[in-house]
Design a protein around this ligand. Structure first.
Ligand code: SAH
Ligand code: SF4
Length: 415
């Protein structure tokens, strides 16, 4: 979502005559988009912004702005730590940018530049929903991103068509509970169907769906529409019903596993990835073990795993944290170790198969090799017979998976 927001701000500025600067030192304005989902994300953002202090102080003309969730969460108090910053804008305030640019940057020369990250040219993120109406007890997102709003299908489809016209063939629909999307009579499943009809779009992904909104209608289209990639990132957070209840996640372990069962009985190689939080306040050893057993039972292809981070203003922040820091870390490590072996097992199941992969970019380690993704979202390094391959970013090729190295697949191109 943040990458998408950055790209939109960049596109907006470019439309208004700005250009990306080749380096931070050359920029007239630096905007730092931030996350506040965990304390660590904010600490990292503050450290990165602090690095800009020297540039800002030395150049009378450079302006530094903070965007995103941390800007909203901490607001003006950020100036205490970062007195050199020029402006602070939360996720719903980017419309104020022109006014800020006019008032603060009017002395700049006409060749204005911007330092921003743009999305790649083979895959497009398209936000279909903003905000979140859930109130998971630990989560700051609803407070910084506000209530759910759904974009009009016409505007979503226009954006997808525009991306496809530029050669993008993969689209990733974004929202905090993306499968809860609805607009007048149109459901998320209906929107997927319309997106699949866009000429030039060959692969559709979406992130993050919520288990509560996994309807029969959705399962039906996931299994019936070949353009929808056989992968889902479905955050579970915990394998314990008592913790899920305290987290206010609105599903049980059994509900969650029934989705896994439906997808994997249809396609045993269906990619399922997840998010896990370790050491929620009051999590007992038994409750933690249930998370480990969920990992074993669901056989996730991979997972993002986090130690619980108390976020001021959320309901769980008022719960006493009785689990020590070391214990939380130890639980996280155990989770990572177990998932690592499962990830490897799942990767090995791919050996010998021929997969359609989307070529993304040359490998950083060896420019003669390319990085691609399978439909079930596994990274593949393709080498050797590349001379015969259409070596263009965004091409689909058939690739024979020959080995697993670390957690990454290796393959060769089938003619
Ligand atoms: N909307 C998505 C999640 C968005 S936040 C969903 O509900 O599935 C991304 C991930 O950050 C979450 O899935 C969760 O695992 C993690 N996270 C959020 N708040 C956290 C906290 N306070 N401590 C640790 N991890 C957290
Ligand atoms: Fe946060 Fe829950 Fe909303 Fe996800 S669904 S963004 S975890 S409140």
């Amino acid at each position: 979502m943040n990458e998408y927001d950055s790209a939109r701000v960049a596109a907006f500025l470019e439309f208004n005559g700005w250009f990306p600067a080749a380096a931070a030192e050359k920029a007239d304005m630096i905007l730092v988009n931030t996350c506040s989902v965990r304390a660590k994300a904010e600490e990292n953002a503050i450290a990165r912004i602090r690095e800009l202090r020297k540039l800002r102080v030395e150049s009378g003309e450079l302006r530094v702005g903070i965007l995103g969730c941390m800007a909203k969460n901490r607001g003006e108090s950020l100036r205490k730590d970062l007195p050199f910053i020029d402006f602070i804008l939360g996720p719903d305030e980017y419309y104020k940018l022109p006014e800020i640019i006019n008032s603060q940057l009017s002395t700049l020369n006409s060749q204005l530049e911007l330092f921003a990250k743009l999305t790649n040219n083979y895959s497009a993120f398209v936000a279909i929903q903003s905000g979140c109406n859930m109130r998971c007890s630990y989560c700051i997102v609803p407070y910084v991103r506000g209530m759910e709003r759904y974009r009009e299908p016409e505007s979503i489809l226009k954006e997808i068509e525009a991306a496809a016209a530029q050669g993008v063939s993969e689209v990733v629909l974004l929202g905090q509970t993306v499968n809860g999307y609805r607009f007048k009579g149109l459901s998320f499943a209906g929107l997927l169907r319309q997106a699949a009809d866009v000429k030039g779009i060959e692969r559709i992904r979406f992130i993050s769906p919520h288990p509560k909104h996994y309807t029969g209608e959705l399962l039906e289209i996931l299994m019936g529409e070949p353009k929808i990639a056989p992968h889902v990132h479905l955050p579970a957070q915990s394998g314990s019903n008592s913790i899920l209840k305290k987290m206010k996640r609105q599903y049980t372990r059994e509900n969650y596993l029934s989705i896994v069962e439906a997808l994997r009985s249809w396609n045993p190689l269906y990619g399922i990835t997840t998010d896990i939080i370790c050491g929620y306040p009051g999590e007992t050893e038994e409750e933690f073990e249930e998370t480990l057993s969920l990992l074993r039972e669901a056989q996730f292809d991979s997972a993002f795993m986090f130690a619980y981070s108390s976020r001021e203003g959320t309901p769980s922040a008022s719960e006493k944290e009785l689990i020590t820091k070391q214990e939380k870390k130890a639980r996280l490590q155990k989770t990572i170790d177990l998932q690592s072996t499962i990830t490897l097992e799942r990767a090995k199941l791919m050996i010998g198969r021929t997969e359609r992969i989307l070529l993304e970019k040359p490998s950083r380690k060896n420019p003669n090799e390319w990085v691609g993704k399978t439909g079930n979202f596994k990274k593949v390094i393709v080498g050797a017979t590349l001379a015969v391959a259409p070596t263009i970013t965004g091409a689909y090729i058939n690739c024979k998976i020959s080995a697993v190295q670390g957690h990454t697949l290796r393959g060769t191109i089938n003619d």
